[in-house]
Every structure is written in structure tokens, then in C-alpha cells.
Design a protein around this ligand. Structure first.
Ligand code: PRX
Length: 659
């Protein structure tokens, strides 16, 4: 672990929850928040049992709440049984929401399609029946590599209905990344689309699946189900490939949900860690869904007439919890958006909010920062040129939001009247952990504020001791919580090593450095490991390095993050070639070649912003690359650190110059 995190806080602005918001809030006022917090701290088992009984429909009630006997492999509601899809769909049909719109789908080119809870239920049942007819059943794993679409949600829900554990792979990942996930998870089924539409362009998806499946080791895959999104030309393997509509259309619109144990893995989602190999984060059914639903109500203050819009992709955890599961379990109408924020122009988000009367809007700081730039340059795409009066609550996720972006979001998008919930959480936590409750928590721009009830977040030192307010340290969660990661698929040792290091005495180590101020507000300082956060996307430096050294020209590579005004962090790669160091135009051309190579190996999100070539890398006498110096060099800062252990100090000069 790195040394303690140092930081100085200067932000002093505080925004109280507006009175009219408090009056209608699900958690209204500080006292209500405190009461929940205290109830959860006083008797966690009783607290969680009550929530789980009130918020979920169990086919077999649980008698045990938390089982710690195999810690840190915790079990929640272990002897209870339920079905996640029944909780998201059938429950709404019984609640009188059958004719309520579940999803407003807005395509890349602006075409809108609405689907009610009844229709969504029917379509999910049809696909589930189709999957059954193909022989799929509980316990198998599927890979979902699909664009943002109603069909992607249908695919996830249909798997959940049958107890098939899904693993969604973001459509921007390469065939190689897809192959890695198909084999690691042992998938027997792949669901994909012919192409996806982004920013007016068709981008192929099915060819990446074909390529991945041809790489070997995927023999368990029996079918590839293809959703026809564009009708673009694709290769077809008649023995393996089937159209989504052929699988689903003729099937019955009811399908008995398969009851699964609360601990049954609902999904496995791959995320980056500090080694080259992504981790398959395994989530449960009962505990996960409970938290997805509860945070919709507490943090998003979900109400029957809300129009909710989370702009994430279903390929990330945000799109799992706050698109595919949470909003449906809470019975909301939500937007599913296929496009990008800048197409046909940078006013797209604001136009959609205006047209669809969105009331809760949840997006990432990167998107906000890039839209600040474009709207400063063009009044026509500025949020003030749109009627955003339907908004009542804003949210932020994925990376720290800088106070300037927070203020702009608050003023220009929220009209100064909408609270902002800056939600800190991770793929591993399943749902929000530290965030304001909008009707209760005073907001401080740049802070994700306070812990949610039942979430024992704290800042500790290297040996797990609490640190004083205002001091940097490691962000930990002291006690287990229902939606926590259950394991790393196929690698229990890595799970224990990554999240429960022995020196912390059983606390969950989040991997973030943070501090807590005197009001109990958390300020996230960034990762303490070799994980980068680029535009809210999590990437391991080792993953990018492995991709670079896989290129035939590359002898060595070291990758670091550099602060970036728009993307939060940007990737800078220092590369030593097997041949002499290129300069000038040649360096530019080779840099481009390597950047494209990384995009092909991992996906465009992993493309380094900059590549610098050196004769060598800065190393200690024992041959260890000194990454902390590379971080300084990449940021263009002067080196003030001790470099006496450096074998080759002159190399720093060479690497300091951008190509
Ligand atoms: O560093 C934290 C940052 O994103 C990491 C988790 O990334 P991922 O698993 O991809 O999940 C992102 C969406 C939940 C964290 O370890 N992070 C996430 N939300 C915030 C944040 N950093 C600061 N403030 C946030 N609100």
C-alpha cells in the first residue's frame, strides 16, 4: 500500500437541502437520516432484515441475515430464495404498474420508443422461453456484448429470470478483451448485436464476437444470439448463430421465474485491478437487489411520477444497478439512451431532458466538464437554451467532481434548485456507499459527503487505525454490507489479497485514498493502487503495459496517469523500442501506431493520450521502474523527489520532452 494521502481542503461552500425538496423527500431532514444511521449501527442484522423483508419479494423467506463464518466470504439472507426479474417486473404488474412506461428508449438518431412494464415483462419472458428452448438453464454463464437498447435490458433480465449468471462486456472492448472474459467466465452463451450506432456511425459488434470465438478456448459457447440493430452485413455461422427475434418472437409471453438462493450469482462484471488481468467481480441476487432498490429510494428519492435518466452504459456497474435493475425494482420510468452527449450536437443531453421531461439526471463529471467547454463556445447548446424545469435532482458518479464543474452543474443544469448527489461507490460495492441523501444532507461541492445507513465507511492508516478528521488515509468499509462483492470469479485468493489485506484486520479496502472532514464528509483523493480513472472508466496501468509490450517493436513500457482537465486522468505511456529511439515525425507516426495497437488490444478507452520514447526507463539499481518519477515527468512538473537511488538520472531529461 502507498503512504498516507496528503491533501489540503479549501472548499467552504455549503448548500442546505432546499425546503421544498425536504418536505417531499423519502428521507426528509437530518433527523430522519440520523435515525436510519443509528438504527443500522445499533443492530445491523435487525436493520438489514427489516429492509430485505420490506423491499424484496421472497419466494422462500430467509431466516439468517449475515453469515460471517467463512469471512471474508460473507453470505447475506443465505437460506432465502427469490427471483430478481420477478422483483423487477412481475412485482410491477401486481402493483398496478402494468401500463406504466418502464423504458423510454432514445436511439442515437433521436427516434423514441416506449415500452410498458407489461410489454417489458412479456418480452423478457419470450426471450427466457427462447433460451430455455435452446437448452439453457440455471447455473450457466452468458456474455452480453450489446449496445444500449431495450434488448440489452431484456437480455439481462431474461438471464436473471432463469438464474443464468450474466457478464456484460462494454461494446467498446476489443475482440481480445471479449475473448478473455468469455473464457474466464466459462460462458456457454453469447448475446450480441450486428452493429451499434454511436454519434451517427455504425460500429460493428458481431465481428468482434466471431473473432473472439475463433481464438480458441470458447468451445463451451453453444449459441451466439444476435439482435438485429442496423441490418448491417455480418458473417453467419449457421450452426451457432441465431437471431434474437427468431429465438424470442414465437415464444409465450409468460415464463415462470426460477427461484434462486439469495447468494446465487446474478452477474459477474470485469473490472481493472493492479495486475494485467481484469477481475471478475461476482455479485449476489438478494443482497445486491436490495441495495439497488433501497438506494433508488434513499439517494435518488424515487417517486412514482419520476422520469429517471442514468447516462451510463449497461457495460459498467452503474448501468447494471441504475438501469437494468434498480429503476425497475423501484417501478420507475427511465430513459435508455443509445447515443453520445455530443451528437447531433453538444446540446443532446439537455434536449432529451427537455423533451422527455426528465426529473432525475445521473451522469459523470467527465461528461459535464466536456459539455462546459462546448457550451461556453456555443450558446445554442448551453443548458440555458433549454427548458430544464422538469429536473428536481442531479447525480454524479465515477470520479471526483471538481468544485468548478459541480457549481456549473448546480447552476446551469439544476437551475440552483436541484440537489446534487455525488455518489461514491465501485464495481465491487454494488451500489452507492458514500453520498448525500438529497433531502437531508448539506452539500459541499467536491465532497461525496456522508456514509449511507449501514455502510461503515472510515479512513484508516496502514494498520487499520482510525485517523483524525482532516488527515489522509485509506478508505475502508469496516463491516460487510448486503450488496458487496462476493468474490473474484475463479480466484478466491486474489479476492482476499485485494480487498482484505491482513494488516487491516478484516476491513474491506476500497483502493481509494481519502479524508474525512470534521463534519464527517468524505473527500476522495484518488486511487492508491495502479488503477487509472480515465473519463470515469477504470483501467489498470499493467493492462495497458501488457498490451504495449505485446507489440513486436516494443521492448519495455511503463504507463502512468496524468491529471487532465476533461477526462480526470489521461494515460501517458513511456516506451523503449527494440530499435533506436525514434524522434520527430517518426516518433509521432510510431506513437500513433502504438496508440492504435492498444485500442485494438483492449479497446479505444485504453488508448494512451501520449506516448514518449526513451532509450531506457528510470530504474533503481535493482532494476525497478520508478513510476512515481514518471508520474511527475508526465504531469510536466519539476522533480523535487530524491533521485539518489536512480541508476540513470539523465533519462528523466529525455522523457520530460513530449514528442
Ligand atoms: O476511485 C473511485 C472512483 O471510481 C472508482 C470505482 O470505479 P468503478 O469500479 O469503475 O465504478 C465506477 C462507478 C461506480 C472508485 O474506487 N469513484 C467512483 N465514484 C466516485 C469516485 N471518486 C470520487 N467521487 C465519486 N463520486
Amino acid at each position: 500500500m502507498a503512504n498516507s494521502i496528503e491533501s489540503t481542503l479549501v472548499e467552504t461552500r455549503v448548500f442546505q437541502p432546499p425546503q421544498n425538496f425536504v418536505e417531499q423527500a423519502n428521507v426528509a431532514g437530518q433527523a430522519s437520516y440520523q435515525a436510519l444511521l443509528e438504527a443500522a449501527d445499533r443492530d445491523p442484522d435487525a436493520f438489514w432484515a427489516k429492509q430485505a423483508r420490506e423491499h424484496l419479494h421472497w419466494t422462500k423467506p430467509f431466516t439468517k441475515v449475515l453469515d460471517e463464518s467463512r469471512a471474508p466470504f460473507f453470505e447475506w439472507f443465505g437460506d432465502g430464495e427469490l427471483n430478481v426479474s420477478a422483483n423487477c417486473l412481475d412485482a410491477n404488474l401486481k402493483n398496478g404498474n402494468a401500463s406504466k412506461v418502464a423504458i423510454i428508449f432514445e436511439s442515437d438518431d433521436g427516434v423514441v420508443k416506449k415500452i410498458t412494464y407489461q410489454q417489458l415483462h412479456d418480452r423478457v419472458c419470450q426471450l427466457a422461453n427462447g433460451l430455455k428452448a435452446l437448452g439453457y438453464k440455471k447455473g450457466e454463464r452468458s456474455i452480453i456484448y450489446m449496445p444500449m437498447s431495450i434488448e440489452a435490458v431484456v437480455a439481462m433480465q431474461a438471464c436473471a429470470r432463469l438464474g443464468i449468471t450474466h457478464s456484460v462486456v462494454f461494446g467498446g472492448f476489443s475482440a481480445k478483451s471479449l475473448h478473455e472474459r468469455i473464457t474466464d467466465v466459462g460462458a456457454s452463451l453469447v448475446l450480441t448485436a450486428d452493429e451499434q450506432m454511436r454519434g451517427g456511425k455504425a460500429i460493428a459488434l458481431k465481428p468482434a464476437v466471431d473473432e473472439a470465438l475463433a481464438m480458441g478456448g470458447c468451445e463451451a459457447v453453444r449459441h451466439c444470439i444476435v439482435y438485429k440493430r442496423t441490418g448491417g452485413k455480418i458473417a453467419w455461422d449457421a450452426k451457432r448463430d441465431v437471431w434474437f427475434h427468431d429465438v424470442a418472437d414465437k415464444q409465450a409471453t409468460t415464463c415462470e421465474p426460477v427461484a434462486v438462493g439469495a447468494e446465487h450469482p446474478l452477474f459477474i462484471l470485469y473490472t481493472s485491478g493492479s495486475t494485467g488481468k481484469p477481475k471478475g467481480v461476482q455479485h449476489s441476487s438478494g443482497g445486491y437487489l436490495l441495495w439497488a432498490k433501497l438506494t433508488m429510494q434513499w439517494v435518488f428519492d424515487a417517486k412514482a411520477n419520476d422520469i429517471f435518466w442514468c447516462t451510463a452504459d449497461v457495460g459498467w456497474v452503474t448501468g447494471h444497478t441504475y438501469i437494468a435493475y434498480g429503476p425497475l425494482a423501484a417501478g420507475l420510468t427511465q430513459i435508455v439512451f443509445e447515443g453520445v452527449p455530443t451528437y447531433p450536437n453538444a446540446g443532446r443531453f439537455w434536449k432529451t431532458i427537455q423533451d422527455q421531461k426528465v426529473s432525475i439526471f445521473y451522469t459523470a463529471p467527465t461528461a459535464i466538464r466536456s459539455l462546459i467547454k462546448t457550451s461556453d463556445a456555443d450558446a445554442a447548446v448551453h443548458p440555458k437554451s433549454f427548458d430544464l424545469s422538469s429536473l428536481r435532482l442531479l447525480g454524479s458518479v465515477g470520479e471526483p467532481i471538481n468544485p468548478e464543474a459541480w457549481m456549473w452543474y448546480h447552476t446551469n443544469v439544476g437551475g440552483g434548485r436541484c440537489p446534487i448527489v455525488d455518489t461514491w461507490w465501485q464495481t465491487e460495492t454494488g451500489g452507492h456507499m458514500i453520498t448525500p441523501m438529497p433531502g437531508a444532507t448539506p452539500l459541499k461541492p467536491g465532497s461525496c459527503t456522508t456514509r449511507l445507513p449501514g455502510i461503515t465507511a472510515a479512513i484508516v492508516d496502514e494498520v487499520g487505525g482510525d485517523v483524525a478528521a482532516g488527515q489522509g488515509g485509506f478508505l475502508v468499509i469496516k463491516r460487510p454490507w448486503p450488496s458487496m462483492i462476493r468474490g473474484i470469479w475463479g480466484d478466491p485468493e486474489r479476492y482476499v489479497k485485494s480487498y482484505f489485506p491482513p494488516e487491516l484486520g478484516g476491513y474491506y479496502l476500497a483502493g481509494d485514498g481519502a479524508q474525512c472532514d470534521k463534519d464527517g464528509c468524505f473527500w476522495i483523493m484518488g486511487r492508491i493502487d495502479d488503477v487509472l480513472n480515465v473519463s470515469g472508466h477504470r483501467l489498470g496501468t499493467m493492462e495497458v503495459e501488457s498490451a504495449l509490450v505485446a507489440h513486436e517493436m516494443v521492448a519495455e513500457a511503463a504507463v502512468v496517469g496524468r491529471p487532465d482537465a476533461t477526462t480526470g486522468e489521461a494515460i501517458v505511456a513511456f516506451v523503449v523500442l527494440k530499435r533506436t529511439r525514434p524522434e520527430g515525425d517518426e516518433a509521432l507516426a510510431l506513437g500513433k501506431q502504438l496508440r492504435d495497437w492498444v485500442a485494438k488490444e483492449i479497446g479505444p478507452i485504453a488508448k494512451p493520450k501520449e506516448i514518449r520514447f526513451g532509450d531506457n526507463l528510470p530504474k533503481t539499481r535493482s532494476g525497478k521502474i520508478m513510476r512515481r518519477l514518471l508520474r511527475v515527468v508526465a504531469a510536466g512538473e519539476a522533480i523535487t523527489q530524491d533521485i539518489s537511488t536512480l541508476e540513470n538520472p539523465a533519462i528523466l531529461d529525455q522523457l520530460s520532452k513530449p514528442v
